[in-house]
Design a protein around this ligand. Structure first.
Ligand SMILES: Nc1nc2c(c(=O)[nH]1)N[C@H]1C(S)=C(S)[C@@H](COP(=O)(O)O)O[C@H]1N2
Ligand SMILES: [Mo]
Length: 185
């Protein structure tokens, strides 16, 4: 894997899936859960759990890299691709959108350049290995950024750029720091 360039410098391969986050695991109540797309969009979109569950689903295989130095290969995910929402006309963003802020439960946030969120490397993930993601990994939905196996990316994006328990995507014309970024990451 290292020779193939799939293992970034300093990383160690693991079969496990460690859990890392700040604060408690939020409870999920399908009656009071919603997801919004807002900011630099033509029309803000707010979906309840049932509506969100009906969005088109995409499958992806990713290598995951964590700044705590572990990597995990060929993980299987399913979820909502932002590019698909745009291609199918379900979401229309403004040309002024250049960054995306993921907002999650308890005020957690994470920022990314728009082009990464629109790429196949980003999913609003609902399932891993055919099962709903577990509460500690972000149930019912988490932002997820992975590396596509065999595809060299200009910028590797590590796991901390995916917000677990995500509740909205804000499209922004200017970049803004998220939770860990404000903490000095
Ligand atoms: N809501 C929320 N999402 C979060 C975090 C957090 O503190 N809160 N931490 C991030 C960090 S630093 C990491 S490394 C990954 C870990 O994801 P995992 O627990 O599924 O391995 O979640 C990211 N997403
Ligand atoms: Mo992390």
């Amino acid at each position: 894997m290292r020779k193939e360039g799939r293992l970034p410098p300093g990383q160690v391969l693991t079969e496990k899936f460690p859990v890392l986050h700040y604060g408690p695991i939020p409870a999920f109540d399908p009656q009071n859960w919603d997801f919004s797309f807002w900011g630099e969009v033509e029309k803000p979109l707010k979906l309840n759990w049932e509506e969100f569950s009906r969005l088109p689903h995409t499958r992806a295989t990713y290598d995951l890299h964590c700044v705590t130095r572990w990597s995990k290969f060929d993980t299987h995910w399913e979820g909502v691709s932002i590019k698909t929402l745009i291609d199918e006309g379900l979401l229309v963003i403004k040309p002024s959108a250049r960054f995306v802020i993921q907002h999650a439960e308890h005020g957690f946030s994470a920022n990314l350049p728009l082009e990464i969120v629109l790429s196949e490397r980003f999913l609003l993930a609902t399932h891993m290995d055919g099962q709903p993601i577990t509460p500690e990994h972000g149930f019912p939905v988490r932002g997820l950024v992975g590396a596509v196996p065999g595809q060299q990316a200009e910028q590797d994006v590590y796991l901390w750029k995916g917000a677990k328990w995500i509740r909205s995507l804000e499209f922004a014309s200017q970049d803004r720091k998220g939770f860990w970024e404000m903490a000095g990451y």
